[in-house]
Design a protein around this ligand. Structure first.
Ligand SMILES: [Zn+2]
Length: 122
């Protein structure tokens, strides 16, 4: 089985820090654009590894969860992808994003958030 990918992130041609959110269509380092040569969607496992939350996920047990990511990037730096919330319900994950937007924390727009369905397995 091929590895699970997420349509919310894509890989550029850099050797490191190559994961970008889809709302960031080009890489400032290697200049690749998301539409060039069909840049691949990122592996969920790599997005998760970037968020340093893999261990926490495993502690939740096996099954399907919905993970809310928020990203930000300062000019000239690597994108910061932060895991904000994990839920067993997609509806609750989307409610969480609405609440965050309404309260303005973290500052940003709807596109800065993404929900990834993830199957926790050993
Ligand atoms: Zn790049």
């Amino acid at each position: 089985m091929s590895e699970l990918t997420t349509r919310f992130f894509w890989d550029c041609d850099c050797n490191e820090n190559y994961i970008h959110p889809k709302t960031e269509p080009s890489c400032a380092i290697c200049s690749v654009h998301v539409d060039d040569d069909c840049q691949p969607d990122s592996h969920v496992s790599e997005v998760l590894a970037m968020s340093s939350m893999k261990e926490f996920l495993l502690s939740m047990g096996l099954g399907t969860v919905f993970i809310v990511f928020h990203f930000s990037q300062m000019p000239g730096t690597a994108p910061q992808i932060n895991l904000r919330m994990i839920s067993y319900s997609e509806e609750k994950a989307l409610d969480y994003i609405d609440l965050q937007i309404r309260h303005g924390y973290p500052p940003g727009k709807r596109d800065d958030f993404s929900v990834v369905e993830y199957q926790i397995e050993l």
